[in-house]
Design a protein around this ligand. Structure first.
Ligand SMILES: Cc1cc2nc3c(=O)[nH]c(=O)nc-3n(C[C@H](O)[C@H](O)[C@H](O)COP(=O)(O)OP(=O)(O)OC[C@H]3O[C@@H](n4cnc5c(N)ncnc54)[C@H](O)[C@@H]3O)c2cc1C
Length: 293
């Protein structure tokens, strides 16, 4: 399969990229690592006369720690995020998502912005972005806006990003003390596989009352978009962080929160059962990490 013909643009700054996007309009696509887009172009699922590559814009690949948050540039690759000391220490579920995506070759090219804009319900970094309460930073010519990640995904392969916008990165609040998180993905093979179910959980407890004071649970591959498990979260809030409450929350996620479908990777029933198993396991590990934090 050959790539179709296109004009290739390599802006050196975000401003230059936005000018190009404005000038070329719908007839241009943003290219980050290309691990989704080039495949789609070859398969003729996407057509365009222009590709605007972001790879020479240094500001988009930065990972920087601010006072209460970190900034991850949209073009930071999986390998780069995984190697970052602040991610390894404070954002363990995101690191797991990056480590599990594809294979070594893919992780060296694939970006977090591309994973989000591709908006697959099974995307490996998306549950972690949800549980860390990330904010997506969008820019168009002369305008910026911030979207909570929970409002970013609008359907399979669809996001709220407008045709004239570029995703510049994510802001993630630094998790508080006494909090921990974990991510588990289940696929039919160990690598380069689309997930059957993927789950991330975040938990913070009060060491005085020994009760859960914050929890965020995100489910992938079981709805049209990656979703938060609202009923499971409500069931766990205010409870003691222990096996019985993790089980009760997992049951809510399994029974009430997910809406899986049958496909050749697994039945809806299997996916639903695995939501229960993975939710309980991610919560238990998140709590172990919270105790050590
Ligand atoms: C062999 C193989 C294995 C894979 N395995 C996995 C896996 O295990 N888990 C998983 O989640 N994914 C997997 N993928 C899919 C893919 O690697 C990821 O989704 C990756 O993160 C996409 O990032 P990218 O930088 O390559 O995006 P690109 O392909 O460059 O872009 C993807 C889409 O996002 C848009 N886009 C990219 N960046 C921006 C931006 N900053 N602003 C606006 N629009 C933008 C592009 O226009 C395009 O529509 C795999 C792909 C391959 C080929």
């Amino acid at each position: 399969m050959l790539l179709p013909m296109f004009e290739f643009h390599e802006p050196l700054s975000i401003e230059e990229a936005l000018e190009l996007k404005k000038k070329l309009g719908q007839n241009a696509r943003i290219l980050a690592g290309g691990t989704d887009l080039l495949v789609h172009l070859k398969k003729k699922l996407v057509k365009t006369d222009n590709l605007i590559s972001l790879s020479r814009i240094k500001a988009l690949s930065l990972i920087t720690e601010q006072k209460d948050s970190i900034f991850i540039g949209a073009c930071a690759t999986m390998a780069q995020i995984s190697r970052s000391p602040v991610i390894a220490k404070k954002f363990t579920a995101l690191k797991s998502g990056c480590d599990n995506l594809g294979n070594h070759l893919i992780r060296n090219r694939a970006t977090i912005g591309g994973n989000a804009c591709n908006a697959s319900p099974a995307g490996d970094t998306l549950p972690a972005l949800l549980i860390y309460d990330s904010v997506a930073l969008l820019e168009s010519y002369g305008k910026k806006r911030e979207i909570p990640i929970a409002d970013f995904f609008t359907g399979p392969g669809k996001s709220c990003i407008q045709p004239d916008e570029i995703l510049t990165g994510f802001r993630l609040p630094i998790p508080t003390d006494h909090s921990g998180a974990h991510y588990i993905q289940l696929g039919k093979r160990k690598s380069s596989e689309i997930n059957v179910v993927n789950v991330a959980s975040f938990l913070e407890y009060d060491p005085g009352t020994k009760k859960v004071i914050t929890t965020r649970i995100a489910l992938g591959s079981v709805a049209a978009t990656p979703i938060r498990a609202a009923r499971a979260e409500a069931a766990l809030l205010g409870q003691a962080p222990e096996e019985a409450s993790f089980f009760a929350a997992a049951e809510m996620a399994r029974r009430e929160d997910c809406r899986p479908i049958d496909d050749f990777r697994g039945t809806a029933g299997y996916r639903q059962a695995m939501v229960g198993v993975l939710t309980k396991r991610t919560l238990a590990t998140a709590y172990e990490r919270a105790k050590g934090a």
